[in-house]
Design a protein around this ligand. Structure first.
Ligand SMILES: CCCCCCCCCCCCC[C@@H](O)CC(=O)SCCNC(=O)CCNC(=O)[C@H](O)C(C)(C)COP(=O)(O)OP(=O)(O)OC[C@H]1O[C@@H](n2cnc3c(N)ncnc32)[C@H](O)[C@@H]1OP(=O)(O)O
Length: 242
């Protein structure tokens, strides 16, 4: 009896040690990840400001920052992994939609269609994303280090109220501007007849993606409003599991 109790205690201790090690490793990784992402988006902000000060126009700005933007936005895919393995308490679906829609905007719209890269709408979403991500990643970093200044917390849970809709407007206007070029070039499309007997029209795919913002964006926005109430006003909110 005594020995089984002792065994139980040893097992419990081992489990606690494992959890602590996993917790320490996860915290170290997340701290590194968030510092790297804050730095990446700060580099982008400085590059955009320098470009604008030197050239006095936004034309050519996308090309000048494309490589850095693609790297850091694609790196954000790891966030879906963080939720999936449970090291951050966020929904895989909410994070997945947010990250995938950004990656889609970067790789399959802005980067693929040169003719739209100088649109004002591209500048709009670039500025909005940059402001959001500097705030968000610095919030996570300071929070993990237990050094969070209130103004960063305030900015994280207030700026999105304006920035989120502005970002969506920038993204939708950019996709809209891309439509004529996609239709004319037939890019990423497969017309029948072909050896696979499959037809795909990227033009209509873009229209469907634009329409999908109608049901999906409000869910992301209301999720953030709930987070805001929880973080700034201490409300206890029970969210449904994925
Ligand atoms: C393939 C084609 C796809 C086409 C799809 C079409 C989709 C259409 C709709 C999509 C519209 C998106 C538009 C969008 O791109 C526009 C913009 O982004 S504009 C800029 C404004 N944007 C924002 O403000 C973004 C707001 N969104 C987010 O912050 C995140 O994406 C979101 C996943 C929504 C965040 O939610 P989350 O639940 O993570 O909130 P919290 O930040 O409060 O975090 C919750 C807890 O998790 C901890 N956490 C999360 N991440 C980390 C991390 N990296 N490191 C450490 N800790 C982390 C956080 O601290 C919280 O923990 P706790 O509760 O313990 O305090």
């Amino acid at each position: 009896m005594a020995s089984s109790e002792e065994d139980g205690t040893v097992e419990e201790k081992e489990n606690n040690n494992k959890k602590r090690t996993k917790g320490t490793v996860a915290t170290a990784w997340l701290t590194f990840y968030n510092i790297a992402m804050t730095a990446g988006w700060l580099v982008l902000a400085i590059a955009m400001m320098r470009f604008y000060i030197q050239k006095g126009t936004h034309k050519g700005l996308y090309r000048s920052i494309a490589r850095t933007l693609k790297f850091f936005q694609t790196f954000a895919l790891l966030e879906v992994g963080h939720c999936a393995v449970g090291i951050v308490r966020t929904s895989v679906i909410v994070t997945g939609v947010q990250v995938c829609s950004r990656i889609f905007m970067v790789w399959f719209v802005t980067n693929s269609i040169r003719q739209i890269q100088n649109e004002e709408s591209v500048l709009l979403f670039l500025v909005v994303w940059t402001m959001t991500e500097i705030t968000r990643y610095s919030y996570y970093t300071f929070n993990l280090l237990h050094l969070l200044p209130y103004f960063i917390k305030w900015a994280r849970y207030n700026l999105f109220i304006i920035l989120y809709p502005l970002g969506v407007v920038g993204e939708l206007l950019t996709i809209y501007a891309a439509l004529p070029f996609v239709r004319r070039s037939g890019m990423y499309s497969m017309r029948l007849p072909n050896k696979y007997n499959v037809s795909f029209d990227y033009y209509y795919c873009l229209i469907i993606i634009m329409l999908s913002y109608i049901p999906l964006f409000p869910q992301l926005y209301f999720h953030m409003l709930r987070q805001r109430r929880r973080m700034l006003h201490g409300e206890v909110i029970v969210e449904k599991d994925d």
